[in-house]
Design a protein around this ligand. Structure first.
Ligand SMILES: [Zn+2]
Length: 184
């Protein structure tokens, strides 16, 4: 870049020197020589300006590319920051046998209330609240469906068909009610 600027400047300075002496020139042959010299200098100057322009263009392209990369990194950072806060307090937890979702911290009684977040989307940094759905007639089956991707459907264990069945506090297995002793 600096080299191109120097070349262009010195070529232009050369032209000026010749043009200054041009008027004083009397000898025809000498004039012819000077003309040829001038022509060559003008050609050199054009070449230098052209090279300068090319160098300038590549610098401009380089700056534009760097600016684009900077913008991209800033956007990524903003997204990462937003991602870090939108999942604050959420953790992976089992809300029914074998059914893992992201939920907020357990309540005082140990239960985990909705909203439940899609664990697959969460891994991609996307917040997606699962919808509870029931299908079927007699053999009713419940699902948690991801609104962002229908492939992220989580089947609930059979027999659990109400949203109230999920996120129950873990506790000791229910003790079977003992048959009262028959009073003789
Ligand atoms: Zn999802």
């Amino acid at each position: 870049m600096i080299g191109e600027i120097t070349a262009a400047t010195s070529a232009l300075a050369g032209i000026k020197t010749i043009v200054d002496g041009f008027v004083a020139e009397r000898d025809a042959v000498k004039l012819q020589q000077t003309r040829a010299e001038l022509f060559k200098l003008v050609a050199d100057a054009w070449q230098a300006v052209f090279a300068l322009q090319l160098a300038l263009q590549s610098k401009v392209a380089e700056v534009a590319k760097l600016e684009g990369e900077k913008r991209e990194l800033e956007e990524k950072l903003t997204r990462a920051k937003a991602g870090a806060t939108q999942f604050e307090g959420y953790e992976l937890a089992q809300i029914a046998r074998g059914l893992f979702v992201y939920t907020s911290a357990p309540e005082a009684d140990g239960s985990r209330k909705p909203p439940y977040l899609c664990p697959t989307c969460m891994n991609d940094g996307v917040r997606s609240i699962l919808n509870f759905q029931r299908e079927g007639g007699r053999q009713e089956q419940a699902y948690f469906v991801c609104p962002k991707n229908s492939g992220h459907r989580l089947a609930a264990p059979r027999g659990l068909w109400s949203i109230d069945h999920f996120g129950r506090p873990p506790g000791p297995p229910q003790v079977e009610v003992a048959t009262p002793p028959s009073g003789g």
